[in-house]
Design a protein around this ligand. Structure first.
Ligand code: ATP
Ligand code: MG
Length: 312
């Protein structure tokens, strides 16, 4: 089974839309899929047509009340299960603080169910707190949706650094597998510049041992499409709401790509060079004002993230 955390601490970039429509397409293709709503906003739950106030326990119960994963998941479409969220999840970050093993509760709960699914997608909240750490501890892959505008890369270094730290300390399997460009407008030049920036940045990590050394921008991207914004209001996936629109076409391609991808970790060759986490100039020359966050991580000292940040 592949477990994919869909993550970007930036809000409104297309995380939930990506999870809903990718899992729906994969399930329609015959895969057994489970989606986990780890966002207190419960958008994934709502988008799939459930009322969060009717959810008694859901992901909160699994994280805080030792509820069993399999008891809490619901069959929401053929082949598609959901671990829903309710409003209680808002308090989970605080409640988890004093719990021993707080980063790995989801992973432990999920272990018993692993064999039953082909794919698990986790919809992360727009933050890098304990809920997100639980997702990263449970996953093998990270998929990062990015909206290619001029602030898109701000915080990108911090995000990768978080993945890197989880990889080194809690979950050595964890890799950034893909970057998905969402709400893409082909006719505008900036998205292409941002795309070039990301490619250049990712290329610097090839052949190293860092968690995003094999990350690629997915060869399919999601165009801006109003139908994708309307579908959640009806509790429907894009394939139910507007099966012939661009959004439907794009997410079907994303699901096909993920489905056809060879297991990313199976043939992975670890690089020998150290990660060049001088994430300097994530932004490049072509796009002014794009983030210029620079990070230096010293793996030997294993110092805390805040101490590793060097802003230029
Ligand atoms: P949050 O960080 O709040 O969880 P998110 O990253 O999950 O947000 P979404 O909720 O998926 O982002 O998308 C943000 C908004 O943009 C939603 O209203 C969604 O319907 C809309 N949207 C997502 N993708 C597209 C698209 N390709 N074209 C047009 N609208 C889109
Ligand atoms: Mg969301």
């Amino acid at each position: 089974m592949r477990t994919i955390a869909v993550l970007n601490q930036k809000g409104g970039v297309g995380k939930t839309t990506t999870v809903v429509n990718t899992v729906a397409a994969l399930a329609a293709m015959g895969s057994r899929v489970v989606a986990i709503d780890l966002d207190p906003q419960a958008h994934l739950t709502i988008h799939l047509g459930l009322e969060p106030q009717t959810i008694k326990s859901g992901s909160y119960g699994v994280l805080i009340q030792s509820a069993g994963f399999e008891e809490e998941i619901l069959l929401v479409r053929p082949n598609l299960w959901l671990l829903p969220a309710n409003i209680n999840l808002v308090g989970a970050e605080t409640e988890l603080v004093s719990v021993v093993g707080r980063e790995t509760i989801l992973r432990e709960a999920f272990r018993t169910a692993e064999d039953k699914f082909d794919f698990c997608f986790i919809d992360c909240p727009p933050s890098l707190g304990l809920l997100t750490l639980n997702a990263l501890a449970a996953a093998q892959e990270v998929l990062i949706p990015i909206q290619p505008h001029f602030l898109a890369l701000q915080g990108f270094g911090k995000l990768l650094q978080t993945v890197e730290l989880v990889n080194k300390r809690i979950n050595p399997q964890l890799k950034v597998n893909g970057i998905l460009l969402c709400m893409f407008e082909d006719r505008v030049s900036l998205p292409n510049e941002v795309k070039a920036d990301i490619e250049q940045f990712l290329d610097k990590a090839r052949g190293t041992n860092c968690a995003w050394a094999q990350a690629r921008i997915l060869p399919v991207y999601i165009r801006k499409n109003i139908k994708l914004a309307e579908a959640p209001g009806y509790g429907q996936t894009i394939f139910e709401y507007a099966p012939n629109c661009h959004g439907s076409e794009d997410y079907r391609k994303v699901a096909e790509f993920i489905h056809n991808q060879s297991q990313p970790n199976a043939n992975a060759t670890e690089g020998t060079k150290n990660c060049p986490i001088k994430i300097v100039d994530v932004a490049t020359t072509n796009s002014q004002n794009v983030a210029t966050e620079a990070i230096t991580v010293n793996h030997d000292t294993g110092c805390e993230p805040d101490n590793q940040l060097e802003r230029h």
